[in-house]
Design a binder for this molecule. Structure first.
Ligand SMILES: NC(=O)c1ccc[n+]([C@@H]2O[C@H](COP(=O)([O-])OP(=O)(O)OC[C@H]3O[C@@H](n4cnc5c(N)ncnc54)[C@H](OP(=O)(O)O)[C@@H]3O)[C@@H](O)[C@H]2O)c1
Length: 186
């Protein structure tokens, strides 16, 4: 049973904030589109991608937009029950349980890529894992009041220069500047 590598995807502001009051501190339509495109993109059309997220991240997605379509939504929670989620959402009690389920042939054959989509403790555990490949990191060039943060990126991640697949120029929406970056584990 081979465990799948995974990548993280996050958008954080200058003070490393990612969320406030259960939702995003900013409204960036194209950045959300980038998130959805990247986490949905597959090469083999018979497969789909999986997303692993904490309970607060899941319930922070607007009710009419969750579960995030076209992807297997895996929610980590010790306190909620499977019946709190619609059919198709997979509830796991730990990060390791999610990774083990994804390695099981019943799932691994239908999943192409695994994306870690937050929040804090899920990102932290994921970055420490040898299975972690990359961090797709949107750097928002402003500070926002936040109550959820991105953890420190460990020293064994290095910035990837000139990835073909990534717009390198600074983006701007509603007067807010941001830039897509990729870090890769050495
Ligand atoms: N900007 C971004 O890219 C981005 C990305 C993601 C989220 N966000 C924002 O960040 C905020 C949510 O993040 P957060 O850090 O506060 O919370 P979170 O990680 O989404 O959720 C925390 C909860 O998830 C469960 N959980 C986490 N790790 C677990 C594990 N290893 N095993 C079992 N359960 C686990 C626990 O649920 P139980 O208490 O039920 O056990 C925990 O209380 C929201 O504001 C959201 O909008 C932003």
């Amino acid at each position: 049973m081979s465990q799948k590598k995974f990548s993280l995807i996050a958008a954080a502001c200058e003070n490393m904030g990612i969320g406030i009051n259960g939702s995003l501190p900013w409204r960036l339509k194209n950045e959300l589109k980038y998130f959805n495109q990247r986490t949905t993109k597959i090469d083999d059309i018979s497969k789909k991608n999986a997303l692993i997220m904490g309970r607060k991240t899941y319930f922070g997605i607007p009710e009419n937009k969750r579960p995030l379509p076209g992807r297997l939504n895996i929610v980590l929670s010790a306190t909620s029950k499977q019946s709190d989620y619609p059919a198709g959402v997979l509830l796991c009690r730990s990060f390791d349980e999610a990774i083990a389920k994804l390695a099981d042939p019943s799932l691994s054959e239908e999943i192409e890529n695994v994306w870690i989509v937050g929040g804090y403790s899920v990102y932290k555990e994921a970055m420490a894992s040898p299975l972690c490949h990359r961090i797709y990191f949107t750097e928002i060039k402003a500070s926002f009041e936040c109550d959820a943060f991105f953890p420190n990126i460990p020293d064994d991640f290095k910035l990837v220069e000139n990835d073909d697949d990534l717009p390198s120029e600074v983006q701007e929406e509603n007067g807010l500047k941001y830039q897509y970056k990729i870090y890769e584990k050495l």
